[in-house]
Design a protein around this ligand. Structure first.
Ligand code: NAD
Ligand code: TDX
Length: 332
């Protein structure tokens, strides 16, 4: 695959994947990104201009999507509205981008017979009880809770239907919670780090018992590349690195890293419909594709992430005011 189109490649995870592709393949990459509030041109800085180009455009616009897809060997589809809390405030952009956008890309992939990889989330499976020994597997029934996760579940179903009905050469991955550099300050870990760096307080939803299965974004990228190169068409792969932690545990680790007492946080209004626990069984990816995570030490990864936000205040500071004002208006 020499020409790869990465949608959402100026976002948190997509931009990491573009760097990963440049380091680990000799492919040329086109990023298609609408440059919403969540995008960062800076996240693409330093990439070779003879191998990476940026097209600013909407994945839901067939006039943009069709000719671009036609020029590429593969599409890796990251573009999405990605934040649960925003989807509760206004679901409409989630329906347009995550459903109509994925539909528009699939139609182009079908027309031009282009390999398609769809990046999705473990949230499509709903949630697990805290004491449930089970983890999500590729055969767990879909049961999404929020407008965000329902729109991602719908997009997964579109991909599956386009494989079965039209023979589109597609794969799907459902990954657990990512952390690392360039994550928007609206999300849990960057929000707490930047609150503390800015002299504010940690904001925990409810009691913090909810569990997330954390994976470093670099491990997500290596898994997507393995699936793109070696995955079986029509298959779904779950991506996770056995990183289950309660939100309270993560908050205590962050408070420790930033020199605060472990109970130095505020409990704020809980998220409506808040999923209790996510946990991924990634054995299919490990056994069939030989993938292994390289960033398994969560404490070390979290510490490096704190250092990154400390060093990159000029990037996050301008986003902080509007983000916190929106949370404050909801009592969060
Ligand atoms: P993000 O919000 O940081 O980035 C999304 C990117 O998509 C942005 O650059 C944005 O400008 C772009 N975009 C949004 N609407 C667009 C449109 N209509 N046309 C073109 N570009 C558009 O999101 P992220 O956290 O990097 O997530 C990327 C993908 O990974 C999403 O599909 C998400 O569902 C999935 N995912 C995320 C996580 C996580 O923990 N963040 C976990 C599993 C899966
Ligand atoms: O201020 C906060 N306080 C808090 O306790 C925020 C922003 C979040 N939380 C909690 C809610 C969740 O239990 O932290 C947990 C993580 O929250 P988010 O960062 O919003 O992530 P989540 O809702 O789990 O979804 C993430 O993982 C799956 C990504 O945002 C999705 O794009 C991905 O699909």
């Amino acid at each position: 695959m020499q020409q790869i189109l990465v949608t959402g490649g100026a976002g948190f995870i997509g931009s990491n994947f573009v760097h990963h592709l440049v380091r680990h393949t000799d492919a040329s990459v086109t990023v298609l990104d609408k440059m919403t509030y969540a995008a960062s041109r800076e996240a693409l800085d330093g990439l070779p201009s003879d191998r990476v180009s940026l097209v600013v455009g909407d994945i839901a616009d067939p006039a943009v999507v069709d000719p671009l897809v036609a020029e590429h060997d593969a599409v890796v589809h990251y573009a999405a509205e990605s934040h649960n809390d925003n989807s509760l405030a206004d679901p409409s952009p989630f329906i347009r981008t995550n459903l109509i956008g994925t539909f528009t890309l699939l139609e182009a992939a079908r027309r031009h017979d282009v390999r398609f990889h769809h990046v999705s989330t473990d949230e499509v499976y709903g949630d697990l009880e805290l004491d449930d020994p089970a983890k999500f597997t590729p055969s767990t029934p879909y049961n999404p809770s929020s407008p965000y996760s329902a729109s991602k579940a719908g997009s997964d179903h579109l991909v599956r239907a386009w494989v079965r009905s039209f023979g589109v050469r597609a794969t799907i991955s459902n990954c657990s919670n990512n952390y690392g550099p360039w994550q928007h300050v609206e999300k849990f870990i960057p929000r707490q780090i930047t609150n503390l760096l800015a002299g504010g307080r940690v904001k925990l939803y409810g009691a913090g018992a909810n569990v997330r299965d954390w994976i470093h974004t670099e491990d997500h990228s290596s898994a997507v590349l393995a699936i793109l190169e070696r995955g079986a068409i029509g298959e779904t792969y779950l991506i996770g690195a056995d990183g289950e932690k309660s939100n309270l545990e993560v908050v205590r680790m962050l408070l420790g890293l930033l020199g605060h007492a472990e109970d130095d946080f505020d409990q704020v209004t809980d998220r409506a419909g808040h999923d209790l626990r996510y946990a991924i069984d990634a054995s299919k990816l490990r056994d069939e594709l030989g993938w292994r995570p390289q960033y398994g030490d969560f404490a070390a990864g979290l510490s490096a992430t704190v250092d990154w936000y400390r060093a990159n205040e000029a990037w996050w500071r301008p986003k902080k005011g509007a983000t916190e004002a929106a949370y404050a208006a909801k009592g969060q």
